[in-house]
Write a protein that binds this ligand. Sequence first.
Ligand SMILES: Cc1cc2nc3c(=O)[nH]c(=O)nc-3n(C[C@H](O)[C@H](O)[C@H](O)COP(=O)(O)O)c2cc1C
Length: 474
Amino acid sequence: MSALSKSLQSSNWREYHEATKHSVQSLRRTPHVLDWANMPDPFRHYEGVPVLDLPADPPLSEQPAADGSTYLSQLLFYSAAISASKLVPSTGFRYALRVNPSSGNLHPTEFHFMTCGLKGWPDGFYHYRPSSHMAEQRAIGDFRDVTGSDAPIVFILTSIAWREAWKYRDRAYRYCLHDIGHAWQALALAAQALGCDSKAIVDFPDDEIAQAMRLHEDEWPMLIVEIRGAACEPSAHETVWYGGTANQLSTEIVPYPRIEAIHAATKLLVNSTIEPAPAGTGEVRLPPSAKSLRSFGEVVRTRRSALDFVGGTQSISLPQLSALLAPAAPLLSFVQLYLYVHRVDGLEQGVYRFWPEHAELERIKVGDQRVAAAGLSLGQDLAGNACVAFSMVGDLDRAARAHGDRGYRSVHFEAGAVGQRLYLAAEALGLGATGIGAFYDEEVHRYLHVTPEQGQVVYHFAIGYPIPDPRLQA
Ligand SMILES: Cc1cc2nc3c(=O)[nH]c(=O)nc-3n(C[C@H](O)[C@H](O)[C@H](O)COP(=O)(O)O)c2cc1C
């Protein structure tokens, strides 16, 4: 065992978070060259198992479809499927983009699900294959014992950290967690649009679940999402495992002991009382939200990350800002939203803190924030050219007091989930959005005067008028 692996054995969230902060010095100290020949395949397949068709291009209905395969097809088509591609003109290389966003488009998240009693669909345990919108049937039978849930559909979202670490190295674990948060909301909102309910479960025995799912060792269970409300019928299937062989994602897997260590630390289950989130008020009361006429199905299927924003003088209205913030508000528990307001009609340029309880904004700083927002986001212009950019500050200490190291996961899931709602709210208004995982952590704290007791920055975000991307193909 290496000295680093040994010293990481007693690692906790605080050490991991400190060690993966970006600073000008840290980026200069450890430049990284991508090994393209060893890039992990973004598609996992469990080979050698029956593969079940999901009806193509299912229309979205407000009621769950009567038959299981159409319902599952709808759920996955509007939460996890491929929705566009990009063509790189210089090489002719085409790559897929999905309904759910992902840092670097690397997609560390895999969607597994168990079904029981869905009409016309065999009970069993499945892995979603986005490359062909099909379900790999890894086993048939009743698997409700695995999670203890009696819901007819139970998703288990897993992360393949290596996919993300290939590019982002130790910081990749943070992005895997964000990604799960995005995927969770993608699923939850698709279920809601289909007239169903969902519930996320963050505390479960990781190793037992991984074993029961016969997961390849590079996949880690991260979040369970129950879906209720689909049409069901009595069923009884004998359990038969097909299992399947997981495809190899790259020639070599480079180990990242720091990621192994934080993952191990966050496996421990601790549940104490959650202290209430701080409450506050602000001088700006947000008006009622602007309305969108776009359908949910159209919004999720056309959502894209903007490469950059137009900048210039085009602004958004205050009711549009309300419509961006309102869907995120119910999720805010460990995460606080700070806004860098560049161009919102009727709102002075500056930094504001959003207080969700009464939909109010508290002014923290006045003046043009464009250079600051871009600079803090690792010099990415899009945070300055947006109409509004965000720092999400996570109360990591309060989460750790409630859930131990596992609270670190919850805070990042929440940030990703808030990001997913911001993406969709922006798209519904005809705007563009981009999640930003790269920022100078301590610089953000200093700029916003955020003390460690208040929290630490966990995610950035930007919304505005997107510049067109000529590589994009529907
Ligand atoms: C957690 C997370 C972090 C991201 N960080 C950045 C970033 O720092 N800069 C950027 O330009 N895009 C970032 N993105 C956007 C991704 O690059 C984008 O989602 C991916 O390329 C797929 O494109 P799509 O969102 O259009 O499907 C991030 C996305 C996520 C979910």
